[in-house]
Design a protein around this ligand. Structure first.
Ligand code: FAD
Length: 402
């Protein structure tokens, strides 16, 4: 193994190359990223960075010099436009590069509002890249009106920032409730109340019919209930599509993203995948995880397996979200839950997801202790009774010893 190419200089790509060097790989590593900046963290884009409370430099995962110092050929602003899996080459800007192992860490692209309903008007934004947020931030100012389309975590975080900046904010969610795809009704109720308490208008079961424009700039919207309102800007948080064009070109199996085995290897033995773009086997089904922790852990597992570790990647899912003064921390995956135990400790609150008697996941709001203990219980395969957990007087720590 002499030459490793990693396509996608995001969280997963950066973690993979760092791990390759940390594990002692001495061959050539090329990290190729389409964005014109070194790898950076995305979570602050819809939180502190959009709010103007975080410096650009703090977004970067490592200083740019680190890559050169570690013998990593970091190519920025460079898009890989073709893969030839038989010849084991990729093409970037007309140059052909050979690989022994190729890692696809190409991430995902936000879904956009369709152009035929005004999705291409100026003032309509998505939140994925630094460039997206730099373009949007000057419009997030006091006394303007924002329409947020989509009540998932990205939409809710954007709504919180817009509100904190003094905007008049309406959030619409076409599904019957916010967070429908990712959280229980109890968690949705909590965040709905939080936002409404801060003055956000949340409209559930209401979609977007079309955006109105004047001089090619958004000025308002017609909602699916027939109402028409003026808006100065729109932020769409309506999900993502995996970047799998190169995988398709390479002829590897796709299944809700780039399908890998438990080692992170695709159906082509020389091609691996990690991060948002990869789907992996987990508990008898195939899942894709859109989180920083997964991007890091899966990419590190791929790095080790490329070098022969022969280890399965076992995701230990966790996620967080910041909205106003609430920090949400999620441990585990709630897929398949049939009931939720609510532990209401006043300011600290946690929602525990069960399938039968088995604890699957915990949503903890301003409750780092509930989160930490829940995470450790899930990782240890322990399931305390839902009744005990729901009693705010019960000693959570004691459950770890049980
Ligand atoms: P990315 O970080 O998207 O990196 C992929 C890179 O590949 C991109 O830079 C892309 O330009 C590049 N690329 C694609 N195709 C090519 C090509 N052909 N040639 C060259 N380069 C290419 N997760 C959490 O756990 N907690 C959070 O609070 C949280 N908040 C988030 C907030 C926002 C606004 C966003 C957008 C995401 C958030 N996430 C959060 C999710 C998390 O950031 C992602 O799961 C993570 O960044 C995935 O990393 P990745 O490396 O797979 O993809």
């Amino acid at each position: 193994m002499d030459k490793i190419i990693v396509v996608g200089a995001g969280q997963a790509g950066a973690s993979c190359v760092a791990k390759l060097r940390a594990e002692g790989f001495e061959g050539a590593i090329t990290l190729i990223g389409e964005e014109p900046v070194p790898p950076y963290q995305r979570p602050p884009l819809s939180k502190a960075y959009l709010l103007g409370e975080m410096e650009l430099e703090r977004l970067f995962l490592r200083p740019e010099a680190w890559y050169g110092e570690n013998g990593i050929d970091l190519r920025m602003g460079a898009k890989v436009d073709a893969v030839d899996a038989a010849a084991k080459t990729v093409s970037v800007g007309g140059e052909m590069l050979e690989y022994d192992a190729l890692v696809l860490a190409t991430g995902s692209t936000p879904r956009r509002l369709p152009a035929n309903i005004g999705g291409d008007l100026a003032g309509v934004h998505v939140v994925r890249t630094l460039a997206d947020v730099d373009a949007m931030a000057p419009e997030v100012t006091a006394d303007r009106r924002a329409l947020i389309v989509g009540g998932g975590y990205i939409g809710l975080e954007a709504a919180a920032v817009a509100r904190k900046r003094g905007m008049d904010v309406t959030l619409i969610e076409a599904a019957p409730r916010i967070l429908g795809r990712v959280a229980a009704p109890e968690t949705a109720d909590y965040f709905r109340a939080l936002h409404e308490g801060h003055g956000v208008k949340i409209l559930e079961g209401i979609g977007l019919t079309c955006l109105n424009g004047v001089d090619n700039r958004v000025v308002g919207a017609i909602l699916s209930n027939g109402e028409e309102h003026p808006y100065d800007m729109v932020i769409a948080g309506i999900g993502i599509l995996t970047n799998d064009a190169l995988a398709k070109m390479a002829g590897v199996t796709l299944d809700n993203g780039i399908a890998t085995d438990a080692h992170g290897r695709t159906s082509d033995p020389s091609i691996w995948a990690a991060g948002d773009c990869a789907s992996l086997p987990f508990g008898g089904v195939r899942i894709r995880l859109e989180s920083v922790q997964n991007a890091i852990d899966q990419a590190e597992a791929v790095a080790k397996n490329i070098l022969g570790a022969d280890q399965d990647y076992l995701p230990k899912p966790w996620f967080w979200s910041d909205q106003y003064d609430v920090k949400l921390q999620i441990a585990g995956l709630n897929m398949g839950y049939d009931r939720v135990a609510v532990r209401d400790g006043g300011a600290a609150r946690s929602h525990w997801y069960y399938e039968g008697d088995r604890l699957l996941a915990v949503d903890a709001m301003n409750d780092p202790r509930g989160y930490m203990i829940g995470k450790r219980l899930i990782e240890a395969g322990k399931s305390p009774s839902a009744e005990v957990v729901a009693d705010p007087e019960s000693d959570l720590k004691a459950l770890l010893k049980a």
